[in-house]
Design a protein around this ligand. Structure first.
Ligand code: SAH
Ligand code: SF4
Length: 357
């Protein structure tokens, strides 16, 4: 890896500041962003509308670099997974999920995850480090480069790969700036989603920092059970989480909604009583619930709920006026489904004990 500053780490404002330090005019920012994000041109020497002196200065001081793809797997159902080198024998994963009318890219925000949710394969592997902004947006660029030849595209980006985005706030927010910036990726705020297991103080900050959409990984409305499934709940219990959600819904100038994710675990959180409690908890909030069939992985103690159980759970939520969808499991044959992403993580064991303690 190059030790020079990678321009992919900078949002438009930081790029503007950087060009100012070189004594360049603001229009240079537009020029360079067009080279990077429109033409995917990373060689300064080919950016012929920049002066020779500026090209030399850039070559001396900064770089534009994507991490290397080490493997690509194609599932039967069209899902594609990329394994990307994160250095020092660590690897992260990115998954593209094509549908009839859209293509969702599920990106990683950390090498592993320290929060150790008991039903999550990533969480079982431990944590190594946060990804940089460059490594986060590089996932979108790598996939765009691949899809461009195939007439497919990314319509949505979700931070639902490896890691907890709200434990890597600065890099994730800067990546969101670029994802929404018309000079970079130009996604609408509804098409970019941060998914969190509920890091409450960060969630409060996020509400004012970025307008992207929010998904909350709730999984139960019962604190005792959530303490076990999502250990960060021991630090930020459900009441505080819901209060932070209300704050998010009321922040910003545009209308906001929240997606609540609920992984269906057989005999654990899938009963009629749990469904009714969930409906009660979410009553009156502008939310949608997404029921996720549990994706199994080696040595897990959990089993997926029966299809009829999931359907009944959905009916109860419907009856209580809560919009509810059931996620279709995709990419299972290449371990590309939610919670199956493991990459390869050299665990530094900064796990939940350190965070909660
Ligand atoms: N850390 C963030 C985002 C990454 S996890 C979060 O927890 O929200 C993305 C989603 O996958 C979360 O909703 C998570 O609960 C879900 N998930 C994790 N393990 C899973 C599994 N084994 N089966 C199905 N969904 C899982
Ligand atoms: Fe981390 Fe999310 Fe997995 Fe929990 S579900 S361990 S927060 S990646």
């Amino acid at each position: 890896m190059n030790i020079k500053c990678n321009l992919l780490d900078l949002n438009q404002k930081a790029l503007t500041d950087f060009f100012k330090t070189l004594g360049e005019k603001p229009y240079r920012v537009k020029q360079i962003m067009r080279w990077i994000y429109k033409y995917y041109e990373f060689d300064f020497d080919k950016m012929l509308n920049l002066s020779k002196k500026l090209r030399e200065q850039l070559n001396d001081t900064v770089c534009i670099e994507l991490p290397k793809v080490v493997k690509q797997s194609n599932a039967f159902d069209g899902v594609i997974k990329w394994v990307i080198d994160a250095g020092k024998n660590n690897f992260i994963e990115t998954v593209y999920i094509p549908e009839k009318d859209r293509g969702t890219l599920c990106i990683s925000s950390q090498v592993g995850c320290s929060l150790a949710c008991t039903f999550c394969y990533t969480g079982m592997q431990g944590f190594n480090r946060n990804l940089t902004t460059a490594e986060i947006i590089a996932q979108v660029m790598i996939v765009n480069l691949h899809l461009n030849n195939k007439n497919k595209r990314i319509s949505n980006v979700v931070f639902m790969g490896m890691g907890e985005p709200l434990l890597n706030e600065q890099a994730v927010y800067t990546a969101c700036d670029l994802l929404l910036d018309d000079l970079a990726f130009g996604f609408s705020r509804r098409k970019v989603t941060i998914s969190t297991s509920g890091v409450v103080p960060a969630l409060l900050r996020m509400a004012d920092r970025t307008p992207v959409s929010l998904a909350i990984s709730l999984h139960t409305s019962d604190d005792l059970l959530r303490d076990e499934l999502v250990p960060i709940n021991q630090k930020y219990p459900i009441k505080e989480l819901i209060s932070a959600c209300r704050n998010y819904l009321n922040a910003g100038t545009q209308e906001r909604h929240i997606l609540f994710e609920y992984v269906m675990l057989d005999g654990v959180n899938d009963s009629v009583v749990q469904a009714k409690k969930l409906a009660f908890l979410l009553k009156g909030l502008s939310v949608k619930v997404n029921l996720i069939p549990f994706n199994s992985f080696p040595e897990t103690k959990y089993k997926p709920s029966e299809k009829v159980t999931i359907a009944l759970f959905q009916d109860i939520l419907f009856d209580n006026g809560i919009r509810t969808t059931i996620r279709r499991t995709r990419g299972g044959d290449i371990s590309g489904a939610c919670g199956q992403l493991a990459g390869k993580i050299i665990d530094k064991t900064k796990r939940i004990k350190d965070i909660a303690g």
